[in-house]
Design a protein around this ligand. Structure first.
Ligand code: FAD
Ligand code: NAI
Length: 472
C-alpha cells in the first residue's frame, strides 16, 4: 500500500464495521485505506467471535446428536468419539479461509490495507504504526471512520490468564475438554460457549448476577430457555455475584461467590472459568483525548444520528459506539456511513436489528419485548404458537420452542417477534423483513407458508394475535 495521495476515507479497524465500509468505499470509486492491527481482517467477529464460536457450536451439536440425539428416529451409533484437535482445526481453517477472502475482496475493490495500529493525530490525519515495527506512516484523509470495536470487560478480582480463567477468546482455544466449567455471566457468550463445552462433556455451571439469563431478552423467552438449558444439564446460580477468583497451584481455579444480598458466601472450584460479563468499547491508543473526540462514561465514542463525532470529518461505527454489539449492526453502519460520505443518505433502522443466540434451540428476536411494550404503555396483542403443534418439528423430533408475536392493539402493526426453535436464526429474517415493510400481524397470518415447514408456526403465531391458529 502507498500513502502518496490524500485518501477520501481512512478506516481504522478491519472488523465487520470497518471492512464492509472499506469495500463499499472501493466499490463507489473512493480512494480508501483500512488500518488493522490484528494482522488479519474480519475483527472480533471473524477471528475470535461469531465465526469460530459457530463452528464449535455446530461441531458440538453434531457430536451430541450422534451420541444421544438420534434415538427417536430409531438410529443409534456406538463409539461416537471426539477428535478435539480436528474439531478445532476445522474452526481454524474456517477462520483463515474467510479472513483471506476479505483480503481478496480488498484487492478486488482497490482498498489499501495497512497492517498496523492507527492513531488519529488530527482531523484529516492518521498515523499508522506498522505491526512489523517499521517507521510510522502518516495518511491524510478527507474523512476518518473509527471502527475499533470492543474487548471483553474485565471483572474485578478475577484475573484472566486465558488458560484457566479465560474470556471467550481462550474458551475458543481450549486444548482439552474440561471436566467442570464455570461461566460467569449468563448472557449471549456464556450461553453459547457453555453449550459448546457441555455438549462435549463438561459439567457447566452458569453464575449470573441477575435473576434470569439472556440479559435484555423477553422474559417469557428467557424463562423458557432456562428450562430447556436445565433439561440439557446446564446448571444455574442466579442472583449470585463473584467476589474473586484464583488459579489453584494444582490446576483449576477457585471462585469466591456470594448471593447478591451478601448472605450466602461459598466457594466453587472448576477446571476452567469463563468470564463473559459483557464487552467494552476499544479506543486505547487511538489518540482521541489528544484531538478532543468525545467519549462517554461507558467508553463509547459519542456520535450524532449520522455517525459524526464532535470533530468534523471523524465518524465512528460498530461496537465502539452506542447500540447492540452485533456484527450485522456494525456492517449496516459501515455501509451507511460510506453512503453518507458519498452524499447518498445512508440509513440504519435500529428498530429492526435482529438478535440471535445460537444455542440449540436458537433464540431469535426482533423489535420490542413484552416488558418494553408494557413499560412504554403501548397496548398490544400477543399471539404464540408452540413447535409441539407444528408438524415438521414433530417429524424432526425437534419440538422445543415457540413463536411469539406482539402487534399493536390499535393498528395491528407487528412490534416484536421472539422465536425459540432449532432454526430460529434463519426464521427471524422473515420477521425482520415484515417489520421493515411495516407489516400487520394479519398480513403475515394471510401469507401462504409452505407445508410442512417450521415457518408455518410463524404464520400461526400471527393468526393467534387476531384470531385462533388452526393447529392449536
Ligand atoms: P471488531 O470486530 O471488534 O473489530 C475492530 C477491529 O479493529 C479489530 O480487529 C481490532 O484489532 C482493530 N483495531 C482496534 N484498534 C485499532 C487501532 N488503533 N488501529 C488499528 N486497528 C485497530 N455478533 C453477531 O452479530 N453474531 C454473533 O454470532 C456473534 N458472536 C460473537 C461471539 C463472540 C465469542 C464474541 C466475542 C462476539 C460475538 N459477536 C457476534 C459480536 C461481534 O463480534 C461484534 O459485534 C463485531 O465484531 C463488532 O464489529 P466491529 O467492526 O465494530 O469491531
Ligand atoms: P452480555 O451483556 O450478553 O451478558 C453479560 C451477562 O453477565 C449479563 O447477563 C450480566 O447480567 C452478567 N453479569 C455482569 N456482571 C456480572 C458479575 N459480576 N457476575 C455475574 N454476572 C454478571 O455479554 P457477553 O455475553 O459477554 O457478550 C458480549 C457481547 O457480545 C454482547 O453484547 C453480544 O451482543 C455480543 N455477542 C453476540 C452474540 C450473538 O449475536 N449470537 C454471541 C456472543 C456475543
Amino acid at each position: 500500500a502507498s500513502a502518496a495521495e490524500p485518501y477520501d476515507v481512512v478506516i481504522v479497524g478491519g472488523g465487520p464495521g470497518g471492512y464492509p465500509a472499506a469495500i463499499k468505499a472501493g466499490q463507489m470509486g473512493m480512494k480508501v485505506a483500512c488500518i488493522e492491527k490484528r494482522g488479519r481482517l474480519g475483527g472480533t467477529c471473524l477471528n475470535v467471535g461469531c465465526i469460530p464460536s459457530k463452528a464449535l457450536l455446530h461441531s458440538s451439536h453434531l457430536y451430541e446428536e450422534a451420541a444421544h440425539g438420534w434415538g427417536p428416529h430409531g438410529i443409534s451409533a456406538d463409539n461416537v468419539k471426539i477428535d478435539l484437535a480436528k474439531l478445532m482445526s476445522h474452526k481454524d481453517k474456517t477462520v483463515t479461509g474467510l479472513t483471506g477472502g476479505i483480503e481478496g475482496l480488498f484487492k478486488k475493490y482497490k482498498v489499501d490495507y495497512f497492517k498496523g495500529t492507527g492513531e488519529i493525530v488530527g482531523a484529516g490525519s492518521v498515523k499508522c504504526h506498522p505491526m512489523d515495527g517499521g517507521a510510522a506512516q502518516t495518511l491524510t484523509a478527507k474523512n476518518i471512520v473509527i471502527a475499533t470495536g470492543s474487548e471483553p470487560a474485565k471483572l474485578n478480582g478475577v484475573p484472566v490468564d486465558e488458560k484457566t480463567i479465560v474470556t471467550s477468546t481462550g474458551c475458543l482455544e481450549l486444548t482439552s475438554i474440561p471436566k467442570t466449567l464455570v461461566v460467569v455471566g449468563g448472557g449471549v457468550i456464556g450461553l453459547e460457549m457453555g453449550s459448546v463445552w457441555r455438549r462435549l462433556g463438561a459439567d457447566v455451571t452458569v453464575v449470573e448476577f441477575l435473576d434470569g439469563i439472556g440479559g435484555p431478552m423477553d422474559k417469557e423467552m428467557a424463562k423458557t430457555m432456562e428450562r430447556i438449558f436445565k433439561k440439557q444439564g446446564m446448571k444455574f446460580k442466579l442472583k449470585t455475584k463473584v467476589n474473586s477468583a484464583e488459579v489453584l497451584p494444582g490446576g483449576g481455579a477457585r471462585l469466591h461467590l456470594d448471593s447478591v444480598a451478601g448472605d450466602k458466601p461459598e466457594t466453587l472450584d472448576a477446571d476452567i472459568v469463563l468470564v463473559s460479563t459483557g464487552r467494552v468499547p476499544n479506543t486505547v491508543g487511538l489518540g482521541l483525548d489528544k484531538i478532543g473526540v468525545k467519549v462517554n462514561k461507558r467508553g463509547q465514542v459519542e456520535i450524532d444520528d449520522h455517525f459524526a463525532t464532535n470533530v468534523p470529518g471523524i465518524y465512528a461505527i460498530g461496537d465502539v459506539v452506542r447500540g447492540p454489539m452485533l456484527a450485522h449492526k456494525a456492517e449496516e453502519e459501515g455501509i451507511a456511513i460510506i453512503e453518507q460520505i458519498a452524499g447518498k443518505g445512508g440509513h440504519v433502522n435500529y428498530d429492526t436489528i435482529p438478535g440471535v443466540i445460537y444455542t440449540h434451540p436458537e433464540v431469535a428476536t426482533v423489535g420490542k419485548t413484552e416488558e418494553e411494550l408494557i413499560k412504554a404503555g403501548i397496548e398490544y396483542k400477543k399471539g404464540t404458537f408452540p413447535f409441539m403443534a407444528n408438524s415438521r418439528a414433530r417429524a424432526n423430533a425437534d419440538t422445543d420452542g415457540l413463536v411469539k408475536m406482539l402487534a399493536c392493539a390499535k393498528t395491528d402493526r407487528v412490534l416484536g417477534i421472539h422465536i425459540i426453535a432449532s432454526n430460529a436464526g434463519e426464521m427471524i429474517a422473515e420477521g425482520v423483513l415484515a417489520m421493515e415493510y411495516g407489516a400487520s400481524a394479519e398480513d403475515i397470518g394471510r401469507t401462504c407458508h409452505a407445508h410442512p415447514t417450521m415457518s408455518e408456526a410463524f404464520k400461526e403465531a400471527a393468526m393467534a394475535t387476531y384470531d385462533k391458529p388452526i393447529h392449536f
